[in-house]
Ligand binder design. Structure first.
Ligand code: GAR
Length: 216
């Protein structure tokens, strides 16, 4: 079966992108990374992608008068590389409504909290401030509203006494790197559907869309 052509959008470090590139290298993985697009020329992830032989594109948001014209050029870059499915991996630009509408049902994001709790920035600190005992990450479809959209899968981790933002962030990030390649695999296998805001993933063991790690 043809592999799903995935485009990854980044703004920085690119550790989730690196996890996806690594997964896509394994034989039988149903997706291939067709290109990586950054809005920042100095995003560290660009060098990682280039070293892996993946085409990279920088579309600097500073060069555009408004969000939609930037979004249309990002989209054109993705389409030029044959991208069918868009994965946001630490892409820190807010879209115009046009972009998520254009890629509706074909674009996902990972967010470092158990949505719908803790949207926006510094969400790990928000979780610590709220005193929750569990946090984690969420993979969801992207819609025009920020950090919203039907939830596809989550990974949960404990919040431990003495955690600071860095410790909790690192614990969640390890689960992001497990969860995201798994979810992209499900899309490549054509298992994912959405109806009325609820996502179903066909052919998985019950509970497989929730990972839990008790690791400190
Ligand atoms: C990740 O923790 C991701 O969940 C978060 O940015 C980080 C990017 O790290 N995304 C968001 O907060 C989106 N709202 P990475 O560049 O190393 O993958």
């Amino acid at each position: 079966m043809a592999k799903l052509k995935v485009g990854i959008l980044i703004s920085g470090r690119g550790s989730n992108m690196a996890a996806l590139i690594e997964a896509a290298r394994s034989p039988g993985y149903p997706g291939e990374i067709a290109c990586v697009v950054s809005n920042k020329a100095d995003a560290a992830g660009l060098a990682i992608a280039a070293a892996a032989g993946i085409p990279t594109v920088t579309v600097s948001h500073r060069a555009y008068p408004d969000r939609e014209s930037f979004d249309r050029d990002v989209s054109a870059a993705l389409e030029k590389h044959g991208v069918e499915f868009v994965v946001l991996a630490g892409f820190l630009r807010i879209f115009s409504n046009w972009f998520p509408q254009h890629w509706a049902g074909r674009m996902i994001n990972i967010h470092p909290s158990l949505l719908p709790s803790f949207k926006g920035l510094h969400v790990q600190q928000q979780a610590l401030d709220a005193g929750v005992r569990l946090s984690g990450c969420t993979v969801h479809f992207v819609i025009p509203d920020l950090d919203a959209g039907p939830i596809i899968a989550q990974a949960a981790v404990p919040v431990l006494e003495g955690d600071d933002e860095a410790a909790l962030t690192a614990r969640i990030l390890r689960q992001e790197h497990r969860l995201y390649p798994e979810v992209v695999r499900w899309f490549g296998e054509g298992r994912v559907s959405e109806s009325g805001g609820k996502v179903a993933v066909r052919g998985l063991a019950p509970g497989a869309t929730l990972l839990f790690s008790g690791e400190a």
